[in-house]
Write a protein that binds this ligand. Structure first.
Ligand code: SF4
Length: 396
């Protein structure tokens, strides 16, 4: 791994010991690759806004437990510091670990709960997401800034192997948060999102969160909410994070003012996508249709691209991604770390050979060179970035 691909583990990152897994490394004397017999392997969880370039190398014992839904980036240390092969892909500071003051969050949550005592969605967002799951988006809502999460759907039309809001009983791992259990009304959505759009810096609201199923299954309620919200304010961006399964519903939302869409995918290849998402009553091609539909209304489109080093940077995937960008006139790639046990994932989707890989950084450079207008990042951009200067200097 080239030295220039390593950075110090950013604040908010963690180190994990991997039970039942022996580390693999290069012997400093012989230069040969060998197993480390001492202790378990270690990997790093790198914080948002950074994309991991290589996974930790280890050998997994037959009886090793499945790892929980986190990313397992390679890690090393030098001069008492921890380093990871990663890049800062996003300059937006909305989920910087240092940016969260507990007292401010608690006060904000208390005020929101008091302001909307009968609003089930505010109750869910403040009591569960903000104060229990410590979701960065819900904490930003409590502080009254940036992106406001709006989960709406208790159900989903996909069955992702690594779903973060629902894991089947017979799986040994658990979902990182519980799925919403009720269907919010348009009134409950409008009540707290309008003031957020009117008062927050760089305001946007996003339907489709980690604590729900597929928001497009609730498109009629979302449509009603958007119509009402835009009667009160034209400020900010209205975004939907989705699996892109229902292009007709996306069209109906664009007609009333949806500004941007982020379609999640583990791959730009149909077979890899389908064996992971296990879709009900929709097909991979619907993702393309949903992205094209939003572009046809002048909206902003992103893919929430789950990066799995060694597979995402394969030649086949690279070619498929080029095709997706060309055919959908894509605006942005959010290079997200895939939070999943690598062996478990490959086993579940039936992949034994991930193909020849070029390196994630190399792939990013090739895409950037061929598609200079395609933005790279990690978060949904505000209207100020979509319409104005995308490279806003967040540090000042
Ligand atoms: S689309 Fe989202 S909610 Fe649905 S199964 Fe996949 S990860 Fe879970």
């Amino acid at each position: 791994m080239p030295v220039d691909e390593w950075i110090e583990l950013p604040t908010g990152g963690n180190l994990y010991e991997l039970p039942g897994r022996k580390g693999i490394g290069i012997d400093v004397e012989t230069g040969a690759m060998r197993l480390c017999e001492k202790g378990w392997a270690v990997a790093a969880f790198i914080p948002p806004a950074h994309t991991g370039l290589y996974m930790a190398a280890y050998e997994t014992a037959k009886d090793a437990p499945t790892l929980p839904l986190f990313c397992y980036t390679a890690a090393g240390w030098l001069n008492e510091k921890i380093y990871v092969p990663a890049v800062r892909i996003e300059q937006d500071i909305r989920q910087e670990a240092e940016g969260y003051a507990e007292e401010q969050i608690e006060t904000g949550a208390t005020n929101l709960l008091a302001a909307y005592p009968h609003n089930r969605l505010v109750k869910h967002l403040m009591e569960n997401c903000c104060m229990t799951y410590t979701c960065p988006a819900a904490r930003n809502l409590a502080i009254g800034r940036w992106e406001c999460p709006v989960p709406v759907s208790p159900a989903c039309n996909a069955n992702c192997i690594g779903c973060i809001s629902f894991q089947p009983e017979d799986e040994t791992i658990i979902s990182t948060q519980d799925r919403l259990t009720f269907k919010p009304t348009a009134e409950e959505i409008i009540e707290f999102t309008v003031p957020h759009l009117q008062t927050a810096p760089f305001p946007l609201i996003s339907f489709g969160q980690g604590c729900e199923g597929e928001p497009l299954l609730m498109w009629e309620t979302i449509r009603e909410a958007i119509i009402e919200i835009r009667k009160h304010t034209q400020k900010g961006s209205i975004n939907i994070n989705t699996n892109g399964s229902m292009p007709k519903a996306v069209k109906a939302l664009c007609e009333v003012g949806l500004n941007s869409i982020r379609v999640s995918t583990n791959s730009a290849r149909k077979n890899i996508y389908t064996s992971y998402y296990l879709p009900n009553n929709y097909a991979f091609e619907d993702l393309f249709e949903s992205l094209k539909t939003v572009r046809s209304y002048g909206g902003w489109t992103s893919i929430n691209y789950f990066v799995f080093p060694g597979m995402t940077d394969s030649i086949e995937e690279y070619e498929a991604l080029r095709k997706l960008i060309r055919e959908t006139d894509l605006c942005m790639i959010q290079w997200r770390n895939f939070n999943i046990d690598p062996d478990w994932y490959l086993g579940k989707i039936g992949v034994t050979d991930t193909g020849e890989s070029m390196g994630v950084k190399q792939m990013m450079e090739l895409i950037r060179e061929e598609f200079p207008n395609v933005k790279f990042g990690y978060f949904n951009p505000s209207m100020e970035r979509i319409k104005g200067n995308f490279e806003i200097d967040f540090a000042h």
